[in-house]
Design a protein around this ligand. Structure first.
Ligand code: F6P
Length: 535
């Protein structure tokens, strides 16, 4: 078969097949669907796709030219066609290789920029660069939003327990004013470095918070606050226009998309807090996944398999969302990070060549297990709406393996098995009978206790939560997102969909000040008036 025909028959067949039967009947299923790389295990075996269907998907990916597009990406062609940009964030994870973007060599400048930024960060980390008061910085306030926030914040929260000997980081993203108040709560400006991160240096949230931070700094250390400020941007000129000195601005290239920018100087606060070696480990782990993604054959290629199954779930099984459930409190921000990565990348209506799309990437949501079990797992187990799940498990989180860890792991596996297996009416009835329920009770109650099962899920297990393994995990998601994007025929690297709201917000801000303009709709006008009366 050269191309997958996504007919109604195929959809009906796929929806009617039973995952556990596939696991039991397909001789090599665990070998073929459960893959290991370094310290990471990706178990796709509880997906509702047979071996032969996965083989067809592999053939299908060839008709979609996923491998050719991958080569174009790694060769620095402008695959982000609406912005005429190459996509090369992974170059930052392998800076000794020669890279070019749109035919022009990047490596030398990249290496130089990385070295300048890294040695600055190292000096903040070890206290060589000091405050105006000749003391090491104790705190960093990292101001930035979206891709300029989520990656660094996620990594910080995930890994700080093991690495934290530099300054502490507080993050400030939201324009809503309590965010800044919480960020500075208890901090002394005399001991604090403000790191302002914005690829464009035009983002209203970030610039507003930067102003608040400068007022706060100036109130604490005087007008000359630049010694306590750093800017990170791909538009250094704009940072300079805000008063930042050249040697306090750390740049990165336009081929690093915001949601892929953790690996660039956007991650510099992490390097200031955790040191150079930490960032190297994070990047090295990601490089392991990059090299695997670039070279492994499709049927062994973990991001490829993940992407093929993601597409299958969305298009063949018609599942509209995916839930990310890390069984680790430290990874509780992972769903948010993946929301931006997947939804900003693949939530589009137009194909790469400008046609209307029937399918785009799924809605991504989730929360940490086990808390999530006590919040929304009811829906996941029994609602007719089926949501594929992605469990992330940590075997060694640096603490002693104890009863709590084991129960955490047991809970994750229990959910994974329970969602797949379900529980039949017959079993429920038998159990109720054995406990002495009357036939009348069984008739009325048993249907409520049935689990239809056959709900797909992926289990990813990290043997150890450390910078290297976490880097590899995040790179997996980036590459899977690429594969899904190509299968959907989407340009995953632009984000025009965020522009409309930004423009209207500026207008409405004026309307709240001066009264609603005639162009507002009636409902919005009404709300503006209510706000104007109440403010
Ligand atoms: O929300 C849109 C967006 O452009 C994201 O893609 C980006 O990560 C975020 O805003 C922040 O942008 P910047 O880094 O330019 O401030």
């Amino acid at each position: 078969m050269t191309s997958l025909n996504i007919s109604n028959e195929l959809k009906t067949l796929a929806k009617s097949q039973n995952i556990e039967n596939l696991i039991n009947s397909e001789p090599n299923r665990l070998n073929n669907f459960c893959k290991k790389i370094g310290d990471l295990v990706f178990d796709f075996s509880k997906s509702n796709i047979s071996q032969s269907q996965l083989d067809e998907m592999i053939e299908f990916s060839k008709t979609k030219k996923v491998e050719e597009m991958r080569a174009k990406m790694f060769n620095g062609e402008a695959i982000n066609l609406t912005e005429n940009r190459a996509v090369l964030h992974f170059a930052l994870r392998n800076s000794s290789r020669e890279w070019s973007a749109k035919g022009s060599s990047q490596s030398e400048k990249m290496r130089k920029d990385m070295e300048i930024a890294s040695s600055f960060a190292q000096k903040i980390y070890d206290g060589t660069i000091k405050t105006k008061y000749d003391a090491p910085f104790k705190n960093i306030i990292h101001i930035g939003i979206g891709g300029s926030d989520l990656g660094p914040r996620l990594v910080y929260e995930a890994l700080k327990p093991f690495n934290h000997d530099g300054p502490q980081i507080r993050f400030c993203a939201n324009i809503e004013p309590t965010e800044f108040k919480y960020a500075i709560d208890g901090l002394d400006p005399k001991e604090t470095l403000v790191v302002c991160v914005s690829k464009t240096f035009t983002t209203i949230e970030t610039l507003t918070n930067l102003n608040l931070a400068r007022e706060w700094l100036q109130a604490g250390i005087g007008k000359d606050d630049m010694a306590h400020l750093v800017a990170i941007s791909a538009a250094p000129g704009k940072a300079m226009a805000q008063g930042f000195a050249q040697d306090r601005i750390f740049g990165f290239e336009e081929w690093v998309g915001g949601r892929y920018s953790l690996w660039s100087s956007v991650g510099l606060s992490l390097e200031m807090a955790f040191g150079r070696k930490f960032m190297e480990e994070l990047r090295n782990g990601a490089r392991l996944m990059d090299e695997h993604f670039e070279s492994a054959p499709i049927n062994e290629n973990i991001p490829f398999i993940g992407g093929l199954i993601g597409y299958w779930n969305r298009v063949v099984l018609d599942y509209e969302s995916r839930a990310i459930i890390p069984y680790a409190a430290r990874l509780k921000l992972l769903p948010q990070f993946l929301q931006q990565l997947d939804m900003e990348s693949n939530g589009k209506a137009i194909s790469r060549d400008g046609n209307d799309l029937k399918y785009s990437g799924p809605v991504v949501w989730g929360a940490e297990g086990t808390n999530a079990q006590h919040a929304f797992f009811q829906h996941l187990h029994q609602s007719p709406i089926i949501t594929p799940l992605e469990f992330i498990l940590i075997l060694d989180d640096g603490l002693e393996y104890d009863a709590s860890r084991q129960l955490t792991l047991a809970n994750a596996l229990a959910q994974s098995e329970g969602l797949m297996r379900g529980k039949s009416l017959e079993t429920v009835s038998q159990e109720m009978r054995a406990k002495g329920s009357s036939e009348e009770e069984i008739k009325n109650i048993a249907p409520h206790r049935v689990f239809s099962g056959n709900r797909p899920n992926i289990v990813t297990l990290l043997q150890k939560l450390d910078a290297f393994n976490f880097g590899a995990l995040l790179a997996f998601y980036e590459h899977r997102c690429f594969v899904e994007g190509i299968l959907f025929d989407i340009n995953s690297y632009d984000q025009w969909g965020v522009e409309l709201g930004k423009l209207i917000a500026l207008e409405i801000n004026k309307d709240i000040e001066n009264g609603p303009s005639e162009k507002r709709d009636l409902a919005t006008k009404n709300l503006i008036e209510i706000i104007r009366k109440g403010k």
